[in-house]
Design a protein around this ligand. Structure first.
Ligand code: TYM
Length: 334
C-alpha cells in the first residue's frame, strides 16, 4: 500500500524562522517524512503579499531552504521545492478563486486582521486571495494531511470546503485533506505578550525567538520573558500564560513531560526556570545555526536539491491540473 501523503508550506518572509514555525510545523514535517510521502515547499508567491525587497526575497528563500535542511528536512525522504518553480500553483489558484464566494473569503480571520491594520487602498488583493492559493498548494498534491500550526486551521477548513464543492460540482477529483495540528506546540506565544501568538509581524521583536539569532540574543529574550505574579512553575494557561508558554517550549524541545519539569522546579523560582529554558533553546538551536550557515556557503548544492524537488513536484501537480482543466471544460490544446 502506498504511504499517505502530506504537504505543507512556509513563507520565506524574514530569513530566519521563529520558534513557533518550528514547534508548530517544521518539527512535524521532519517526523512525518519517514512514514509519509511528503511534499514541503517554501511559498515565495505567498510572501509577495507583503511586498518584500526583491534581493531580500531571493536571499531569504535560500536561507529558508538551508534552514529546513539544517532542521532535519531530508530531500532523500521528501520532495522539497519552491512554490514559484511549479507554475500549476497559480493555475489551480485561479480555479480556486472562481470557486470561492466573496463573503466566504472575507470571513478569513487572517485577512480580517490584516485589513483592519492596513487602510483599504494599500492592502493588496493578494492578501484577500491568499487562502485560495494555499488551497491550490494542498489540493494539487492530493494531500491526506497538512501539518501546520493552529493559526492555519481556518485556511485548511476552506480548502476542505473548496475540494468538496469542486468534487460535487464536477465529479470526484480531489482528496479531502485534514489538518495535522498537534495539541502541544501548535500555538507558541510571544514572550512579551503571552496571549498573542509568536509572529514575525509583531510590533516588537523582543518576544520573538528567531532560530538563526546569536545565542546571547535568545538567552536575553528568554530571561526577560514576561511571567506572572507568584513563584510557582505550573502549567495553567488562564492564570499563568507566560510560564505555560515557556513550559511548552521546554517540554517540546527536551522531549520531557510538562509534569516532570514542574516537579523539577518545585520550590525553585522563575529565575532558575527561565535560565534552564534559555539553555535548552540555545543548545537546541546552536547546531541548526551552524549547519544553516555552512549550507549557505554552497548555493549550487541547494539549487541542485531544488531542481530535483521541482521536477518531482511538477510531475504530480501537472497531472492534477490537467484533470481539473478537463473537468471544468477548458478545451485542451490540440
Ligand atoms: P507561515 O509561513 O506564517 O508559518 C509557517 C508555519 O508555522 C506555523 N506557525 C506557528 N505555529 C505555532 N505557533 C506559532 N506562533 C506559529 N506561527 C506560525 C504556521 O501555522 C505554519 O504551519 N499560509 C501558511 C503557508 C502556506 C501553507 C500552504 C501551509 C502556504 N501554503 C499549504 C500549509 C499548506 C503561512 O503563512 O505559514
Amino acid at each position: 500500500m502506498s504511504k499517505p501523503r502530506v504537504l505543507s508550506g512556509i513563507q520565506p518572509t524574514n530569513g530566519s524562522f521563529h520558534l513557533g514555525n518550528y514547534l508548530g510545523a517544521v518539527k512535524q514535517w521532519v517526523e512525518l517524512q519517514e512514514s509519509h510521502d511528503a511534499f514541503y515547499c517554501v511559498v515565495d508567491l505567498h510572501a509577495l503579499t507583503s511586498s518584500p525587497d526583491p534581493k531580500e526575497l531571493r536571499q531569504n528563500t535560500l536561507v529558508s531552504v538551508a534552514q529546513l535542511l539544517a532542521l532535519g528536512v531530508d530531500p532523500e525522504h521528501c520532495t522539497l521545492f519552491i512554490q514559484s518553480h511549479v507554475a500549476e500553483h497559480n493555475q489551480l489558484g485561479w480555479v480556486m478563486e472562481c470557486l470561492t464566494g466573496f463573503g466566504e473569503a472575507s470571513r478569513m480571520t487572517q485577512f480580517k486582521d490584516k485589513s483592519q491594520k492596513i487602510e483599504n487602498d494599500r492592502i493588496g488583493v493578494g492578501v484577500f486571495t491568499y487562502p485560495m492559493l494555499m488551497a491550490a498548494d494542498i489540493l494539487l498534491y492530493q494531500a491526506d494531511q497538512v501539518p501546520v500550526g493552529e493559526d492555519q486551521r481556518q485556511h485548511i477548513e476552506l480548502t476542505r470546503d473548496l475540494a468538496t464543492r469542486f468534487n460535487s460540482q464536477y465529479g470526484k477529483t480531489f482528496r479531502i485533506p485534514e489538518g495535522y495540528i498537534l495539541k502541544e506546540g501548535a500555538k507558541i506565544y510571544d514572550l512579551q505578550d503571552p496571549t498573542s501568538k509568536m509572529s514575525k509581524s509583531a510590533e516588537s521583536a523582543s518576544g520573538l525567538i528567531e532560530l538563526l539569532d546569536a545565542p546571547e540574543i535568545n538567552t536575553k529574550k528568554i530571561k526577560s520573558a514576561v511571567t506572572d505574579t507568584g513563584r510557582e512553575v505550573r502549567f495553567d494557561v488562564a492564570q499563568k500564560p507566560g510560564i505555560s508558554n515557556l513550559l511548552t517550549i521546554y517540554s517540546t524541545l527536551s522531549g520531557r513531560s510538562v509534569a516532570e519539569i514542574e516537579n523539577e522546579f518545585d520550590g525553585k523560582g522563575y529565575g532558575d526556570f527561565k535560565g534552564a529554558v534559555a539553555e535548552v533553546v540555545v543548545e537546541y538551536l546552536r547546531p541548526v545555526r551552524t549547519k544553516t550557515l555552512e549550507l549557505l556557503g554552497d548555493p549550487g548544492h541547494l539549487n541542485a536539491i531544488l531542481r530535483v524537488g521541482a521536477d518531482k513536484a511538477s510531475a504530480v501537480a501537472s497531472k492534477t491540473l490537467s484533470d481539473v482543466y478537463e473537468r471544468i471544460g477548458l478545451l485542451a490544446r490540440g
